[in-house]
Design a binder for this molecule. Structure first.
Ligand code: PBG
Length: 322
């Protein structure tokens, strides 16, 4: 076996999996104001950005050959229903319009995350109601709000709509709303199998979206279930999703592989905030070789079967790959 490992050119010739800047999607957190660049405590190198700063970030990402951007928003104010999510002048809608008008937009796919948790005062991904057994997140009434949000983001300039809420039936509801709004050409990238994960912790600081009570286990998936993940994927495809996103990535590489063997649509995987933060913590301690660990973590996601990876390391990785 060692004959084919003798030189870098030989190893390159027989390399089975590739990793390119175009395979990477860079998440951005948009916040109100001007000239704002606020670092997230648990995510060194990740910032809440006002729109002017985000436009600059987008131009940087385009210059590095990154494939696309994924947008999250921190609204001016929150309420029970999350009205900021579908406001035509909402923070992500404004950001999309600004970036769509920049030169960067021609080189990048602009993906809008659809969820209510950043916009609701209670931090849950849907409408909540009290029942005899306590609170619950109501599925079907939430679908209307998600559908409105998806259409509003597409009209503001999103190239792809990416629902992450994990309500049942949301892909179908969003597809219908997009078609009615005249956005029949806008594809959906559904977070088809999204597990209730401890690794979203730092994101909730970045997006200010932690649930104020309870957890997300009644809508996000149980980490033990791979067959159920396949059912989620089948259902989303049946409702018309164009691509699927798997999440988190590293603790669930087997689920990505199973999805790859099952479906032929493009698959993305999300290297989530906790995966980023624990690597950053190890780099800060000098315990891991930064450059090699970044690329190896992303190559593993590609080798598991993902076509593209959402990662907070997108810029770092693109520089290393240049
Ligand atoms: C919104 C959403 C979350 C993430 C992406 N979209 C948080 C959550 O579900 O609590 C997590 C991303 C990350 O951890 O990097 N629902």
């Amino acid at each position: 076996m060692r004959r084919l490992r003798r030189s870098e050119s030989m190893r390159a010739l027989v390399r089975e999996t590739t990793l390119e800047p175009g395979d990477l999607i860079y998440p951005l957190f948009l916040c109100p104001g001007e000239g704002v660049r606020r670092e997230v405590g648990s995510m060194p190198g990740v910032f809440q950005l006002s729109i002017d700063e985000a436009v600059r970030e987008a131009e940087g990402a385009a210059a590095l050959g990154i494939g696309g951007l994924l947008f999250f928003g921190l609204p001016e104010s929150k309420d029970e229903e999350g009205t900021g999510a579908w406001d035509q002048n909402g923070i992500v809608q404004q950001g999309l319009r600004a970036i769509k008008n920049s030169t960067a937009a021609k080189k990048l796919v602009l993906i809008a995350d659809v969820c209510l948790c950043e916009y609701t005062s209670h931090g849950h991904c849907g409408i909540i109601a009290e029942t005899a057994e306590g609170w619950t997140v109501k599925n079907d009434p939430t679908l209307d709000l998600l559908a409105k949000t998806g259409a509003s983001l597409a009209l503001a300039g999103a190239d792809v709509i990416a629902p992450s809420d994990m309500m049942d039936g949301r892909v179908g509801a969003i597809r219908t709303a997009l078609d009615i709004a005249g956005c029949e050409d806008t594809p959906i990238l559904s977070y088809a199998s999204k597990f209730a994960s401890a690794f979203y912790g730092p994101f909730r600081e970045a997006a200010d979206s932690a649930p104020q009570f309870g957890d997300r286990k009644s809508y996000q998936m149980d980490g033990a279930n791979i067959r159920e993940a396949m059912r989620e994927i089948d259902l989303d495809l049946g409702e018309g999703t164009d691509m699927i996103l798997m999440k988190p990535a590293m603790p669930y590489l087997d689920v990505i592989r199973a999805a790859r063997e099952r479906v032929d649509v493009p698959i993305g995987a999300y290297q989530v905030s906790g995966e980023y933060s624990m690597l950053q913590a190890a780099f800060a301690k000098g315990w891991l070789d930064r450059d090699r660990a970044i690329l190896e973590s992303l190559l593993g996601i590609r080798r598991a079967g993902a076509d593209f990876a959402v990662t907070y390391f997108a810029k770092d990785a693109a520089k290393l790959l240049a």
